[in-house]
Design a protein around this ligand. Structure first.
Ligand SMILES: *Cc1c(COP(=O)(O)O)cnc(C)c1O
Length: 392
């Protein structure tokens, strides 16, 4: 039997490149490959102009100015630069504040960056979350004081899709005189974000989560009042000295086009995606009524469903029985060991339930036929997995 066409429902891991983004990038691979720093000649200046136009589009998506946007290789680098860069610069200035506050459900690159700072004399504080996945604002208030240098809390969680109350978090950070960074890799383009309203000092973006290319991202760095960072790389001093290295003009043009489209179409996308999500969940629940949604049911992005399946079933067995459906187990695979998701465990979900959980990520290009097929296939796969080899 011919295998069915793969159906992609893993838009939190990465999104496809929008065809319009690909079209915008193409000339910068083929016709003008010049180094955008080669401003002595006409091709270099054209590449530089394209980079600056893209920077403007990224800035507009989050209500920033173009000169507040530092281009990086992605959100991992942006998060490292924001967290380590802010801490190290402050320490170099003799700043006595040492505490860096974050959440247990942050992306690994944030948790590891914060954790790494312990070896440099900083005080990492990793707060638990509520059972709905949201920050406990009272606990945050208690943890953020005049010893706090930085608060770093994500906009949208990459596993459970919950939207953190960023404006309230920003208010708490600012009241204590701390910096506020948010990892908006999953938030930008999916929910409206305005750095002034959020009072964010630092905000990370990833190209490949907003239908742009992989290997490009941005860090917003506030100018008024000015936020200073120590760079991670030594080199030619590009990006106002914060990120040395030749700017990849084609990727930047792609990021800019993705940001431009997100600003125009983000709200339309969200409405359509919510419709596909509801259609998928209704179809799945018609087959498996006991399927449980993890994370706050209201404060979440449209495309995310994090679902625990009933019975002693392994999500990997469900995926194996529906190989054409591209979803994820919400487990981080390190070497051969499959660890149950630390995000789900932070919500108080048991290890057994975490292992029975799938993350569904619906995106801009998901069709009604895709979600119908996926719901039917996953329901059948669940029945198969329950019937065969599932142990109590
Ligand atoms: C994908 C992701 C990252 C990492 O982004 P890259 O651009 O792949 O480095 C960081 N944080 C969150 C929340 C993400 O979803």
């Amino acid at each position: 039997m011919r295998p069915n066409r793969p159906i992609y429902l893993d838009n939190h891991a990465t999104t496809p490149v929008d065809p319009r983004v690909l079209a915008a990038m193409r000339p910068w691979w083929e016709e003008n490959f010049a180094n955008p720093h080669s401003v002595e000649h006409v091709l270099g200046r054209a590449a530089e102009a394209a980079v600056e136009q893209a920077r403007e589009a990224v800035a507009e998506l989050i209500g920033a100015e173009a000169r507040e946007i530092i281009l990086t290789s992605g959100a991992t680098e942006s998060n490292n630069l924001a967290i380590k860069g802010a801490a190290r610069f402050a320490a170099q200035q003799g700043e006595p504040r040492r505490r860096v506050v974050t959440l247990a459900t942050e992306h690994k690159c944030v948790l590891e960056s914060v954790g790494d700072l312990a070896a440099e004399g900083f005080e990492p504080v990793v707060l638990p979350v509520r059972a709905d996945g949201l920050v406990d604002l009272d606990r945050l208030r208690a943890a953020v004081d005049d010893r706090t240098l930085l608060v770093t809390i994500m906009a949208v969680n990459n596993e459970i899709g919950v939207i953190q109350p960023l404006a309230e978090i920003g208010e708490i950070a600012k009241a204590a005189g701390a910096l506020f960074h948010t990892d908006a890799a999953q938030g930008s383009g999916r929910i409206p974000l305005d750095v002034a309203a959020l009072r964010a000092d630092l905000l990370s973006i990833s190209g490949h989560k907003i239908y742009g290319p992989k290997g490009i991202g941005a860090l917003y760095v506030r100018r008024r009042p000015r936020v200073r960072l120590a760079p991670l790389f030594s080199g030619g001093g590009q990006e106002r000295g914060l990120r040395s290295g030749t700017l990849p003009a084609p990727l930047i043009v792609g990021l800019g086009e993705a940001a431009r489209l997100a600003a125009i179409e983000g709200a339309l996308d969200a409405g359509r995606i919510a419709g596909q999500r509801d259609r998928f969940l209704a179809a799945l629940r018609a087959e498996i009524p006991e399927v449980r949604l993890n994370g706050d049911p209201e404060r979440r992005v449209a495309g995310n469903l994090n679902l625990t399946f009933p019975g002693a079933v392994d999500a990997q067995a469900i995926m194996a029985a529906a190989p054409e459906i591209c979803v994820s187990t919400g487990s981080a695979c390190s070497s051969a060991e499959v660890e149950p998701s630390y995000v789900l465990q932070a919500l108080g979900i048991s290890e057994r339930e975490a292992r029975a959980t799938l993350r569904i990520g619906i995106g801009r290009f998901t069709s009604p036929a895709d979600v119908d097929q996926a719901a039917a296939s996953l329901a059948a796969a669940w029945r198969h997995a329950i019937g065969s080899g599932a142990r109590p």
